[in-house]
Write a protein that binds this ligand. Structure first.
Ligand code: KIV
Ligand code: NA
Length: 264
């Protein structure tokens, strides 16, 4: 299996083919999604919630994400591995962004990085791409700016649709190889996808994007609780894991595990 490179995603867009992306934070999920043919694996700052137990993505640090990135990059044969720059690690300046991204590439083995922001992050995107680091942008609802945006809200409804289009054009112009659009009305996302030469990747952005991304613990049902409307449930891993743990616990307590076949 030949490695997926950033140009392959661009070529898929040109051919009118879609591609998929999932989060991954460790070995077995990464290797399994790679085997399934998922083109892109994102070591998301959503590890803050899904690995480290925080309520939001804000607290997670570079020191926490880089080792997860290394685990994922070591575990793939084909998928493109994206390191997600966490809150506070790139916004201050293009130089800060570059030094952070270098850690994801050198220590984490990432193939590229993702950062949140449109027009205002163009200098960071330019600095990274000029320094040999491919950048995936992320516009629309950007969770690291939750408090500035006033909570989880669809971005670019009505009048503000032009803001999403401006951001998309700015990140493309700055050199981004792809752009994630989160919680953007489907018609706006479709319009952006048509206007851009680089691929768009939707999450809550309708069916007209070039690719789609979901957080795997949400899509495959490991996480319990309220899901965003844009999440489709493909499995109920919580139920599978819960039953397996209960069966093990019951066996141990009943003395039926280990059996003779497990005993030397
Ligand atoms: O961190 C993350 O999981 C993300 C995706 C949902 C795009 O940024
Ligand atoms: Na993220």
């Amino acid at each position: 299996a030949k490695r997926i490179r950033t140009h392959h995603l661009r070529e898929m867009k040109e051919r009118g083919e879609r591609f998929s992306m999932l989060t991954a934070y460790e070995q077995y999920a990464a290797a399994t999604f790679d085997e399934a043919g998922v083109e892109v694996l994102l070591v998301g700052d959503s590890a803050s919630n899904n690995v480290y137990g925080n309520d939001t993505s804000l607290p997670v640090t570079v020191d926490e994400l880089v080792p997860l990135t290394r685990a994922v990059s070591r575990s793939v044969r084909r998928s493109l591995v994206v390191g997600d720059l966490p809150f506070g690690s790139y916004q201050a300046s293009p130089e800060q962004a570059y030094l952070t991204a270098v850690r994801f590439m050198k220590e984490g083995g990432a193939h590229c990085v993702k950062l949140e922001g449109g027009v205002e992050m163009a200098p960071q995107i330019r600095k990274l791409t000029q320094g040999g680091i491919p950048v995936m942008a992320h516009i629309g609802f950007t969770p690291q700016s939750e408090h500035a945006l006033g909570g989880y809200r669809v971005q670019g409804r009505g009048e503000t649709g032009s803001r999403v289009i401006e951001d998309a054009l700015a990140v493309q112009e700055a050199g981004a190889f792809a752009v994630v659009m989160e919680m953007v009305p489907g018609d706006t996302a479709g319009q952006v996808t048509q206007q851009l030469a680089i691929p768009t990747i939707g999450i809550g952005a309708g069916p007209d994007c070039d690719g789609q991304v979901l957080v795997w613990q949400d899509a495959f049902g490991l996480r319990q609780g309220r899901m965003a409307r844009f999440v489709k449930q493909y499995a109920d891993l919580h139920a599978v894991l819960l039953q397996a743990a209960r069966d093990f616990d019951a066996d141990v307590k009943a003395g039926t595990f280990p059996g003779p076949e497990h005993t030397f």
